[in-house]
Design a protein. Structure first.
Length: 522
């Protein structure tokens, strides 16, 4: 069966990169340097990426008083038993070379009084190994350096489908201001970021609508660990605020800020040996529990003891001042919000999925680095290291047959975005239980409609996003129901302890009817 879709434009490439953040642009640059014809498609503009909003920094082994094994240990401890230790070691060991390549591009990191790169400490780290730029604008500096590398990017272009054949990837169906188009290519890299807008509140930009997870599933790839959604514990709270909210970087606590509740009492005292610098899942649960106990909508971050706060954290200062808060004299109201997708499309440490010619890197990928909970500032590290490797790996597809012939129909389930966000926020947030997860699945079943992903929407990009959110919501809920334990950033109030038999990933693929089901990791 073929669709009624009419094609308005066509292009050819050796590699299509979907996403214009750190992983996508790093891969595009690497592949281009190896002679590949690369077309990068970015749904938003040059600054509409999760990379742009990353505040804290890049976790990379310090030259003195640190080691790869120490960084591996901290990462694995945060990952709560689900990290692939070999993958962790491989990616962490690649950090210094990746940062050196970034500085060669012109990225500028903050220096200390000794003229060396300044480092701070964040939750879960045993030492100060986080390098940063612009105080709290590391992501913006990384994005700037990559944007200015001169890579061709087609902005405002979303991918509706990845077309495959007997030999693997054949190309993609995309939509831009020129209409629907076809890009013939033997290799595609998913670098689409996360799924933050499954929830009503998120630190992610508006385009973080789980597109890459859905595209991977539709193409036949395996996903895993989607139940592990990291909620950043300290996001700026404003009454009635929805959508993307400014986060208050963990580095603020690394510099000495303290979490207190609305009565002025410490939030994490007695909860974890590292207190306010415990892993994010621990801090988020502690905040959520305190809010429930007090009937409060937020707690506070007391940063008044930090000298030179506006100079060290200019981005955070601007966000606070815009909300009428002066962090030098006022307590900062904060609450947890959806922040990072720890799982995703299953890959090796070079971005390869189980589908020939399909690669994934960055937040959309599940390499085994993060396990059940990402260690702070390992995200930009992963994007740089695996992005570079995936760009190099794509060269293995040169000479493979490409070309999209007939365009198959792609029917998918759609639910109203506000309904999906409401269900996920209510039933699949920081703390979940079986009854709530099952209720969310049932209500999702009641409201979905089935339509062609490319012809049913008046606004095609919004339609693609809604289909991706609906499929990813269903997959995440199934995973969360199956994980009858609490582990990492997945907390079940009805299964409070970790279960040794569940110290493994729960992989999911689509069956022949397009329904998510469990499958072995290839």
């Amino acid at each position: 069966m073929t669709t009624r879709l009419s094609i308005d434009w066509e292009a050819e490439a050796d590699l299509v990169v979907i996403g214009g953040g750190v992983a996508g642009l790093t891969a595009a640059r690497t592949a281009s340097l190896r002679g590949l014809r690369v077309l990068t498609l970015s749904k938003g503009g040059p600054a509409d990426t999760s990379t742009q909003y990353a505040q804290g920094g890049i976790a990379v082994v310090a030259p003195h008083g640190d080691s790869v094994e120490s960084h591996v240990h901290d990462t694995v401890e945060a990952g709560a038993g689900l990290c692939d230790v070999d993958a962790v070691r491989s990616i962490v060991a690649g950090g210094q070379a990746a940062v050196a390549a970034l500085t060669d591009l012109g990225a500028v990191f903050d220096l200390g009084r000794d003229g060396q790169i300044s480092r701070t400490r964040e939750g879960g780290h045993s030492t100060r190994r986080i390098i940063h730029a612009g105080g709290d604008a590391t992501g913006a500096e990384v994005q700037r350096a990559l944007n200015e590398a001169g890579l061709p990017v087609l902005f405002g272009a979303a991918v509706a489908d990845i077309v495959t054949g007997p030999g693997g990837v054949r190309g993609v169906i995309a939509v831009s201001d020129k209409g629907f188009g076809v890009v013939h290519a033997p290799a595609v890299l998913l670098a689409t970021g996360g799924l933050g807008h499954l929830y009503a509140l998120s630190t992610n930009p508006p385009g973080a609508t789980a597109d890459g997870v859905a595209l991977g599933l539709w193409a036949g790839a395996t996903v895993a660990d989607l139940e592990f959604v990291q909620f950043h514990p300290t996001v700026l709270y404003t009454p009635g605020g929805l959508g993307r909210r400014p986060l208050i970087s963990e580095a603020v606590r690394g510099e000495g800020a303290r979490l207190v509740d609305t009565e002025g009492d410490p939030v994490t005292a007695g909860v974890h040996p590292r207190g306010d610098l415990a892993p994010r899942d621990v801090v988020s649960r502690a905040i959520a529990a305190r809010m429930r106990a007090l009937g409060a909508e937020h707690v506070y971050l007391d940063a008044r003891s930090i000298d030179g706060f506006p100079q060290r954290f200019p981005t955070i200062t601007a966000s606070c001042l815009a909300a009428g808060i002066d962090p030098r004299t006022d307590l900062i109201p904060v609450a947890p919000a959806a922040h990072y997708q720890c799982g995703g499309v299953v890959t090796d440490t070079h971005g390869r999925t189980g589908v020939p010619g399909l690669y994934a890197a960055g937040e959309v990928a599940r390499t085994g680095l993060h396990g059940a909970n990402r260690l702070a500032s390992n995200s930009l590290l992963e994007g740089l290291v695996v992005g570079e490797r995936a760009g190099a790996a794509a060269a293995e597809r040169l000479g493979e047959r490409a070309g999209v012939g007939e365009i198959p129909s792609r029917f998918a389930e759609y639910a109203d975005r506000a309904v999906v966000q409401g269900l996920m926020t209510t039933h699949a947030s920081v703390v979940r239980d079986r009854a709530g997860l099952a209720e969310a699945l049932k209500r999702l079943d009641d409201v979905v409609t089935r339509r062609d992903t490319r012809t049913a929407a008046a606004h095609p990009i919004a339609g693609i996003e809604d289909a991706a959110l609906t499929l990813t919501a269903r997959t995440l809920l199934l995973s969360a129901l199956a994980r009858t334990e609490s582990r990492g950033c997945h907390t079940r109030s009805d299964h409070a302890d970790a279960v040794p038999g569940l110290r493994r990933s729960l992989p999911i693929r689509l069956n022949g009817d397009g329904v998510p089901e469990y499958a072995p990791i290839p």
